[in-house]
Every structure is written in C-alpha cells, then in structure tokens.
Design a protein around this ligand. Structure first.
Ligand code: GYE
Length: 353
C-alpha cells in the first residue's frame, strides 16, 4: 500500500528526505517546508494537467491559460485527465519526470492531489494551484506549494443561498446538485450555502470582501430545507439524470441549488421533460456564469448564477513572474466575481464563454 505522507513527515525530513525515508534511510531534520524557488528566465515550460474538458468552464480555463502562456513565448505541457483523479496523479508524475519549470495545477480532488503537490515539492518544482485547492492538512500554500489562485467558493455558496432565500421569501424545499466529491469547489460551495441558511455564515476572506459579499444573516432561515443532495460531478447530463431521480423521490421540491451551471441546465432539461416550468414551478440557482446559463436566465428558466471566473491565464503567469523575481506572493489570490440574474444577464451575455 502506498504511504500517505503528511505535512509533519515532510517538515521532519525536509526536501528530498521523503524519498530517503521511504528507502529506510535516516535523514537529518530540517526546519519547515518552503516552496521550491524558480529561476528567472526569458521563457518557461509550464505543466498544465487539466482535470477534463467536459464543460464550457473548463474549456474557457484551458483557452485562457494556454493562450496566455503562448502569447508570452513560453511552452505549455498540457495533459487532460478526463475526469479521472488517478489519471491526473499520473499526469503530474509525468510532468515532474519531464522536468517542467513549474506546474499550474487545477486539483480534481483536494486530498489525493495533495500527494502530487508533495511529489513536485520533493522534485523541486514549484506548483501554483489554480481554481481548486489541495488538502491543507497535507500541504500548505507558501510552504510545499506557492499559492492558491481562484474564487472564494465559500462565499459563492453564501451568495447563492442569500439570493434564494430572498427570492423565495425564506421558504424552499431544496434539491442540491453537488459537484465532484472531494473537490474544493464542491465542498466549499456546499458549506457556504448550508452555513448561510443556518445563520452561521461569516466571510472566510474578509480582505477580499466586496460590496457583493453577503453580510452574515441575522438568524437561521428555518423555512429553507435541503431535502436531498447528491453529486452530479459538475456534468450536465449527470446533473439531469441525478435530478430526475431525486425529483421523482421528492416531488415537493421547489428549488434547486446546483454547484455549477452545467448541472443546473441538466436539471432544467429534466424539469421540462416532466412538463414543469423551471423558474416558476421550481426555482434554480447555480454557480459559474457561462453563456448557456446567462441565456437560461434571459429565458426565465434559471434564476441566477454566481460568477466564478475561468480566466486564469494572466493572473497565473503574472504571479509566476513575480515569484521568479523573488517578490512576495500572497498564499491566496482570490478572484473578484460578479453575480448574474434577470437584471443584468442580457448586458453581459456577449462577453460570456
Ligand atoms: O465551477 C465547474 C468546473 O473548479 C471552479 O469546476 C471549478 C469548477 C467549476 O468543472 O464548472
């Protein structure tokens, strides 16, 4: 069985020491971990092990990262794990073997991919986690990897809950379509939503709070209940099938909270197939801000979507350059996201992906 390394193991044995321990050798103890340095160069080879290309969000993210790397005259070593955590682990291993300069990693699941971050750390390759994060009990930004760049998923969940509570007058029987099990985006979108309705939400990143950040609710929303929750893996057709089953078992549902637009669009299709009117019989809210979602808002089928920007290319490359120059890089770089509903979807649809 594979040894699962923890932060403590690494801190104890230091860079390179994990391999030695695995071989049964004694190694001297060194102080805490520090993300591997990056040499300043005119051009870099960047490893980019993508999770999948199954939805418009992922495709927009890949286009953004790839085009920014290429525009700078750097090289991208692209991999596509096609929804497989095992494959993504193998992809990171192959990028380490190829000795890329750095890795832009969107970790499919936070705990398994923390091991991949550790391996890159041991190999002296700096990792920048894009969009999803890794398990902080195993590795930490600023220590084993450089930083996390992405959205505040906890706040996204709270924003969806705030809109739904306001729109339904505090009364809803909710079906939750969960994202990929073990993905930061799913875990925190769920927590933010649940905590907001329970009256226990407080912003996780006060420094990134904007006018849009929901204020902590005065009390719990006792009329808002999650009656069923199941993963649809962030995939439209899986969202459709899962929703169909959950709705059959829970015909009293009045709302859907989908962790991304694709699953929300799947639920909308399932509702229509059953002769229901999405937006009237059942209110739907989700996260991302894709073109199809904005169109569904214009059509009155989707109520609202919390933006989660997929445009990582410029911020990721700028951060890498700053890091190579020895400038201080924050351990968390949080995107500022908008909110789309019937009041502004038409205004923004032309710039959506
Ligand atoms: O919302 C979803 C994608 O991790 C933020 O993953 C990302 C999510 C995004 O598959 O559509």
């Amino acid at each position: 069985m594979m040894k699962v390394w923890t932060r403590r193991d690494v801190a104890k044995v230091g860079l390179g020491g994990v391999a030695a321990v695995a071989m049964g050798l004694r190694v001297p103890q060194i102080a805490g971990a520090q993300a591997p340095p990056l040499e300043q160069k005119d051009t870099y080879v960047i490893g980019y092990p993508q999770t999948d290309e199954n939805n418009p969000w992922r495709i927009a993210q890949t286009n953004s990262v790839r085009s920014e790397i290429e525009a700078r005259g750097w090289t991208v070593e692209y991999r596509n794990a096609q929804e497989s955590t095992q494959q993504q682990l193998a992809d990171v291993a192959s990028l380490i073997a190829a000795r890329v300069d750095a890795i832009f990693l969107p970790p499919r699941e936070e705990t398994p991919l923390a091991q991949a971050v550790l391996q890159a750390y041991q190999a002296g390759i700096p990792v920048f986690c894009l969009d999803r994060d890794v398990d902080q009990n195993i590795v930490q930004a600023g220590e084993e990897y450089v930083c996390f760049i992405g959205s505040d998923f906890y706040q996204e969940g709270a924003r969806a809950a705030e809109w739904l509570a306001r729109t339904t007058g505090g009364n809803a029987q909710i079906i939750e379509l969960f994202g990929t099990t073990g993905a930061t985006a799913a875990i925190d979108r769920s927590r933010g939503f649940v905590d907001y309705l329970a009256g226990t939400y407080t912003p996780a990143n006060p420094e990134s709070a904007t006018a849009a950040t929901p204020a902590p609710p005065a009390s719990a929303f006792t009329g808002m209940t999650i009656i069923a929750s199941q993963t649809g893996n962030f995939i439209r057709d899986e969202g459709r099938q899962v929703f169909e089953t959950l709705y059959q078992a829970n015909p009293g549902a009045t709302a859907v909270y989908a962790h991304n637009d694709e699953m929300a669009l799947g639920a909308i299709a399932a509702l229509e197939a059953q002769g229901k009117v999405p937006g009237q019989d059942v209110i739907v809210v989700s996260v991302d801000g894709s073109r199809d979602a904005l169109q569904a808002i214009i059509d009155g089928k989707l109520g609202a979507t919390v933006e989660c920007s997929p445009f990582f290319g410029p911020v990721a490359c700028d951060t890498l350059v700053a890091y190579a120059a020895g400038e201080p890089v924050p351990t968390q770089i949080i995107n500022t996201d908008r909110f789309f509903d019937a009041s502004n979807a038409a205004e923004f649809i032309d710039s959506a992906y």
